[in-house]
Structures are given as C-alpha cells and as structure tokens.
Write a protein that binds this ligand. Structure first.
Ligand code: SAH
Ligand code: SF4
Length: 357
C-alpha cells in the first residue's frame, strides 16, 4: 500500500495540484488550509464544509500528522523549549523566546548538523537526516497549540535551531512559503529568518526563491580563522560568501540587509584587530552585526568573552559606522540558548566518536 500524503508537507501550490488530481476545485485548498492553520482542526471528520465523499477520500490517501512532544521545559526568563520525537531515536528541539513586543520561535531544519562548527553543540552531535516540510511546519503548529491558549503568539520564526537550513533547501523553502502565506501563518518576510553558515550555491538560489530575511553565521573576519571555526569555509571561503551576500542584497524588489552573527570566543576571535578586520570586510555592505555571547556546553573548551571585551569589540564596529548589537543569552537554564540545542541524534557520520576520541 502506498503511504499516505501528509498534508503538512504541501504548500498552497502543491495543495492546488493535489486537489486538481482528485478532480476537486481549487477553493478546496483554501478550505483545508483554514481548517489546519487557522482553526487548528486536524481531524477530517470535523471539516464539515468538505463533502462526505471528499472527507472519506482524504482519510484514505492523506493524513495530517505531527511528531510527538517528548518534553517541554520552562526557563526562568519565560523561554520555553520543546523536544519532539521524529522516530528512529531522533529528537529535535525548538525554542520560544518571548520579548516585550514579539515572540520568536527558533526552529530546527535537520536532525543534527554535518557541518561541525567547533563551538556548536548541534555540530558535536553529528548528523542523521533532513526534516520534511511537515516536520518543520509541525514545530510551529505545536508551539502555537501550546502558546495560544495562554494568549501568546508567535510573531517571528527563525531557522536558528538544529541544522543547516541551506542543506535542506526544498523542505525549508516550502516551509517558508507556508510561514509567509496569508492562508496559513501569514508572517511578513521580515519576520521569517534563515540563518546559514554559508552554503554559497544554495544561498544564491535562496535569494531568488524565497524573499525571507537572512542571517549569516560569520564568526571570523579572515579565512585562516574561519576555516578553523566554521569548516565549510574551506569549501566556500569568505570572498565567495560575500559575493553570495551581494546576490541576496540585490535580489527582490524591497530593500534588504543581512544580519551577520558573530559568536564571541575568548582569546580566539574577539580582539581589537579582529574587530578592525570585520569592519573592513563589511564596509559598504548593508549589514547589521549580532555579537553572540558564547554559550558553553560540556564537550567544548571555548570560553565566553568578558563583557568588557565584547564592549570594546562593539565600540570599534560602532566607530566604523557598523550597526551592532549584542544578543542577550536566553533560556540557558534549560539548555535552550543559541548553540546549546543538542536534541538526540543517531549520528550517521561517526564524527561524534572520531572527535571525542
Ligand atoms: N546552521 C545555521 C543555523 C543554526 S545555528 C547557522 O549556523 O547559522 C544558529 C546560530 O547559533 C548560529 O549563528 C550559530 O553560529 C550560533 N551558535 C552555535 N553554537 C553556539 C554557541 N555555543 N554559543 C552561541 N551561539 C552559537
Ligand atoms: Fe551546523 Fe550551524 Fe551548528 Fe555550524 S553552527 S554546526 S552550521 S548548526
């Protein structure tokens, strides 16, 4: 028997095609999207504006399926972390970060990550597989189901959880379509952010395919240091990355900028000279820099830069006219801070063992 189609995998265009194949009119897409995303009804029997025949047919060939929640932890600062089970001993995590005027959900795009950045807990877990669109979108639906009864809303979604979104392009693009579609989540393009460590060809495709916001995990202002911290730099060095950034900035019709993320590692990338180099690199680029205090995890030997060092770094960037902010660490008491998401990854790369030996 053919496996059922999970409707959460289908963006509006794919749903149109799905209903067309069933001989149904395209308004069925609107109806089903309203049930799923606006009314949060996932049982076909309750979708009473669909004909009985169509409901029976949908039950036979399709489903609306979610991964299950394994745990939910509340940090003292209001951050909430969920762990969801994806089968095959794989778990991923997503995190809700409430702020005064918004609520950001940080979601995962892969089980683990193959890119092995040296300061990242996810990187240490190795890699198992890509998430499907349904598994990505379900994270937002699950969080909404928990948050909405408490009067909380998700206003922003960032692909800053586990995984490298630009190594799972198709599923991430369809998920972005759904996040921005008025029939589903209806978030504006400024409120959906893909964060990438720099998969250059994918970034160039992404620039044309989805008009979302972009964050680049830079972390070092020269190739020698970036090769060490973000190993994908050996394949796509800074010069190629900056060209891809240019493609992004010039694509689309609206004005764009890029957020450059820079994790502050004591004595590694946080000197005045590094700040000068970074300012030089970003000269003339429509950029904002986000300095991220390093969040420690057990396997790592890096240390967090002192507040004074971060201030000095920030002041140098300011003096060169570069917009810079320092990210406040949130949710660390439940291991929900940036780079602490580890989930449970049945590593297929065997890298975990190689690195720990
Ligand atoms: N793979 C993507 C998205 C997930 S990582 C990327 O690298 O951009 C999300 C952000 O958390 C990245 O900027 C990443 O560099 C940062 N990060 C990773 N480990 C961290 C740590 N231990 N402390 C602080 N930030 C970290
Ligand atoms: Fe992967 Fe991003 Fe972590 Fe690097 S920082 S290992 S790309 S998740």
């Amino acid at each position: 028997m053919q496996s059922k189609i999970n409707l959460l995998n289908l963006n509006q265009k794919a749903l149109d095609e799905f209903f067309k194949k069933l001989g149904e009119k395209s308004y069925r897409t609107k109806q089903i999207m309203k049930w799923i995303y606006k009314d949060q009804v996932f049982d076909f029997d309750q979708m009473l504006n669909l004909s009985k025949k169509l409901r029976e047919q949908l039950k036979e060939i399709s489903c609306i399926e979610f991964p299950s929640v394994v745990s939910k932890s509340h940090a003292l600062d209001g951050v909430i972390k969920w762990v969801v089970e994806l089968g095959g001993e794989n778990h991923v995590e997503m995190v809700y970060i409430p702020e005064k005027d918004r609520g950001t959900l940080c979601i995962s795009s892969q089980v683990g990550c193959a890119l092995a950045c040296t300061f990242c807990s996810t990187g240490y877990q190795g890699f198992n597989r890509n998430l499907s669109t349904a598994e990505i979108i379900a994270q937002v639906l699950i969080a909404n189901l928990h948050l909405n009864p408490a009067g909380k809303r998700i206003s922003n979604v960032v692909f800053m959880g586990m995984g490298e979104p630009m190594l799972n392009e198709e599923a991430v693009y369809s998920a972005c379509d759904l996040l921005m579609d008025d029939l589903s989540f209806g978030l504006s393009r400024r409120r959906v952010t893909i964060s990438s460590s720099g998969v250059v060809p994918a970034l160039e495709r992404m620039s044309e395919r989805v008009p979302v916001s972009l964050a680049i995990s830079l972390h070092a202002p020269n190739n020698t240091l970036r090769d060490e911290l973000v190993p994908i730099n050996k394949k796509y060095p800074i010069e190629a990355l900056m060209k891809a950034c240019d493609v992004y900035l010039n694509a689309g019709t609206q004005e764009r900028h890029i957020l450059f993320e820079y994790v502050m590692l004591k004595g590694v990338n946080d000197s005045s000279e590094h700040a000068q180099q970074l300012a030089q690199l970003l000269k003339g680029v429509s950029a904002k820099v986000n300095l991220i205090p390093f969040n420690p995890f057990s396997e790592s030997e890096y240390q967090t830069s002192s507040i004074k060092t971060v201030e000095n770094f920030q002041n140098i960037l300011f003096s060169k006219g570069i917009r810079t902010m320092t990210r406040r660490t949130r949710g660390e008491d439940v291991d929900a801070a940036c780079g602490q998401l580890a989930g449970k990854v049945k590593d297929k790369t065997k890298r975990t063992h190689a690195r720990r030996d």
